[in-house]
Every structure is written in structure tokens, then in C-alpha cells.
Design a protein around this ligand. Structure first.
Ligand code: FES
Length: 383
């Protein structure tokens, strides 16, 4: 990191009242983006996908995350595993498209075959034509490279470095905050409850915009009309931060139908809803009748994909009888997230102004954004 960035980075670690935000280079410099991959993503528990992507035993889906080819596989026992999507023989990519495997994972190059748990099972002709073994090919040592993974609320998290604390330990503060949502059976709404947005911004700005409600009156006047700025509060913990509201109003159908409520929720959720950002890349929405997760995928230092998946509390909510309500709900969220694109792209362009010094936080409205900046900066403390 350049010396001028190091000096300004120290100011990010100050209390919110005096702190400055992250230096411009954290948004505009591809080299720093590469450094973030190592410091923020490889060592922590970022999200790479959803369990619903591989719903049935034998389902496999390739995912490229931070340039790393990964493979989500649902085993015969229902366990979801993540592997590096590469053959142990000559390094061929194993699976190029989502697929439902009837048997093994077969490499398309020389047909080495792997069980769904990653074990190498077959090595045809490896000892010469007609000889499927060789003394120097120890299959037991040539299984797929498994990536440490955990599934929470149907979101697939990975720890690429392999040495982070257990996910449930690492995310204990979020799990406690999520209350009954964390243990609820979630029902994805289906194709009408799934959408993605591609945004010309650094991934952090997508998160930062989600961390504050300060912008609601001007960017989301519609939302602000029933979920007002003054109804919101800040929550800051070690691994997440975000907004809560005291004025959540569930949607309803033409005849007064409502989505069913998640079981076991405390009265806090009768009118409350919370929107934590779990560092680094999952934005949650917890409401008593549905929840969603936005997976922020940092494609490049200035390009981000936001993948949105919406879940409900019962199977009935996923049926045809509630399709119109689900579509309306997804359209409502999509319109709000689209309203944010102008500001997250505008802030990215603003990072090219050489005099910009990271900005000045409002001690009242921006403590969540500052907490996120502090989290990022603390991972560079040894730089
Ligand atoms: Fe996979 Fe040769 S590269 S079998």
C-alpha cells in the first residue's frame, strides 16, 4: 500500500466523531482490490451462493468467486460441500454448467471420476491401456480439494484460508440477533423471488449504502413515506452492522391475505424489522413474514453483482395461491434496490476526485458505515 494511503487509513480507525472514511484507493485501485481478496475474503466467511442452487442430491453448480473456480455439490446424504472446481490430474475444470449428476463427477479430459464427497474413485487407463491403477497413483491422496464451508439461512459461506473460527462461533452475534429466523425452516419463493442487479461500483459502496437509513427521504421517498427516517435505529456488532426499523408494515393481497409469520418470533418483530450487513458481503432483511439475503459479489474493483433471494415462512407461501403477492413483494424490493444504483455508482465516480479525503461521518447517522470502514481498515493494520 502506498504511504499516503497508510496515513489516511490510520484516521479510519479513530472514533466516528473524528474518523475519516477509507481512502479513494480502496475503491479505485485494482491492486488494493486484490489485497482485499486476501485480507477480507479469503480469511473470513464470505458468502458464495445459496443452498437452493443445488437442491437435490447430485446437483452441482460451478461458481467463480474472486477468480477462484469453486463447485457446490449436494451429496447423496444431502450434505452440501464446496470444492475447488479442478481435477487432480492435469487441472482441468471439472464442471462448466449447473448439472444434476446421476453418478460421479467425471472429468471431461481423461475421465478421472470423483464421488460427490470428493473421493477419487476411478482413474481409467492411468497405468496404460486397460490398466486402471498404477502403484504411483494413490487415489486416497488425490481427492478433490474441499473448501471449508457452512450453510446458514440457506446461504453458503466459505472460509478459503481454512483457519477462521467455526462459522457459528464467528457469526455468533449475528445468529443471536437474527433470533428465530436463524433456526427457522426457510422456503424460497421460487423464480419470482430471485433477481440480480449489476452495478458499476466497488462492492463496499453497495454494502455502505445498505448500512444507513440517512438517505431514505431523498433516494427512497416512497419507502420513507411508511418507514420514516425517525423510525430507524442503528445496530453495531463485531461482525455486522445495520439498520432496524420500528415501523414494518407487512404487505397484503387484494382480499387482505397476508404471508404467514415465522414461528417463534418475539413481540419485537410485530412491527420491527432489521437489515444487518454481515461483513463482508451479505445484506440481510429480516421481516416477520419474509426474509431476504443480498449476496454482494465483487466482480472487479469497480463492478459488483447483487444477487437477491427472498424466502418465506411456509410451503404454502411458495404456491400458486400466493404468486401474485410474491411477485408484488419482489417487485417492491427490486424497485428500492434499483433506486440505490444511482448513488452507489455516483459515490464510485466521486472516488476519482483527488481531494476527497474519505469523507466526514455524521456521528449520529453514520456509525454503521464507520463500523464497516473500521472493520476493513483493521484488516490492514499491519500494512
Ligand atoms: Fe482430469 Fe486428466 S485432467 S482426468
Amino acid at each position: 500500500m502506498k504511504p499516503e494511503n497508510f496515513a489516511t487509513l490510520a484516521r479510519v480507525l479513530e472514533p466516528v466523531n473524528s474518523a475519516r472514511g477509507l481512502p479513494n484507493a480502496f475503491y479505485t485501485d485494482p491492486a488494493l482490490h486484490e489485497e482485499e481478496k486476501k485480507r477480507l475474503f479469503a480469511k473470513g466467511w464470505p458468502a458464495i451462493g445459496f443452498g437452493k442452487d443445488v437442491p437435490e442430491p447430485g446437483d452441482a453448480k460451478p461458481v467463480s468467486f474472486l477468480g477462484i473456480p469453486l463447485l457446490l455439490v449436494r451429496g447423496r446424504d444431502g450434505t452440501l460441500r464446496v470444492f475447488q472446481n479442478v481435477c487432480r490430474h492435469r487441472g482441468m475444470i471439472l464442471v462448466d454448467e449447473p448439472i444434476r449428476l446421476k453418478g460421479v463427477i467425471r472429468c471431461p479430459y481423461h475421465a478421472w471420476c470423483y464421488e460427490l464427497d470428493g473421493a477419487l474413485r476411478a482413474t481409467p487407463h492411468v497405468g496404460g491401456a486397460g490398466h486402471n491403477t498404477h502403484p504411483d497413483i494413490d487415489r486416497s491422496a488425490l481427492g478433490l480439494f474441499e473448501v471449508r464451508s457452512a450453510v446458514f439461512m440457506d446461504i453458503v459461506f466459505v472460509n478459503i484460508s481454512g483457519d477462521a473460527p467455526e462459522f457459528r462461533v464467528y457469526a455468533a452475534d449475528l445468529i443471536a440477533r437474527a433470533e428465530a429466523f436463524a433456526d427457522a425452516k426457510l422456503f424460497h419463493g421460487g423464480p419470482d423471488s430471485s433477481f440480480s442487479l449489476e452495478v458499476k461500483t466497488n462492492w463496499k459502496l453497495a454494502a455502505e449504502n445498505y448500512l444507513e437509513s440517512y438517505h431514505l427521504p431523498w433516494v427512497h421517498p416512497g419507502l420513507n413515506s411508511y418507514s420514516r427516517l425517525e423510525d430507524h435505529y442503528n445496530v453495531v456488532e463485531e461482525t455486522f452492522a445495520g439498520q432496524g426499523t420500528l415501523a414494518y408494515t407487512p404487505g397484503f393481497g387484494p382480499n387482505g391475505e397476508r404471508f404467514s409469520r415465522f414461528p417463534g418470533l418475539s413481540p419485537k418483530w410485530d412491527k420491527g424489522a432489521e437489515y444487518p450487513t454481515f461483513f463482508p458481503n451479505v445484506l440481510f432483511g429480516f421481516q416477520n413474514d419474509h426474509c431476504y439475503a443480498i449476496l454482494i459479489e465483487p466482480v472487479a474493483h469497480d463492478r459488483t453483482i447483487e444477487r437477491v433471494e427472498i424466502y418465506y415462512a411456509s410451503e404454502e407461501m411458495t404456491g400458486a395461491g400466493f404468486a401474485a403477492m410474491r411477485e408484488k413483494n419482489a417487485a417492491m424490493w427490486k424497485s428500492i434496490f434499483i433506486e440505490d444504483i444511482g448513488v452507489v455508482e455516483g459515490m464510485q465516480r466521486g472516488r476519482w476526485a483527488p481531494a476527497f479525503d474519505g469523507g466526514k461521518f455524521s456521528p449520529v447517522m453514520d456509525p454503521c458505515t464507520h463500523a464497516f470502514h473500521h472493520w476493513v481498515a483493521s484488516h490492514f493494520a499491519d500494512a
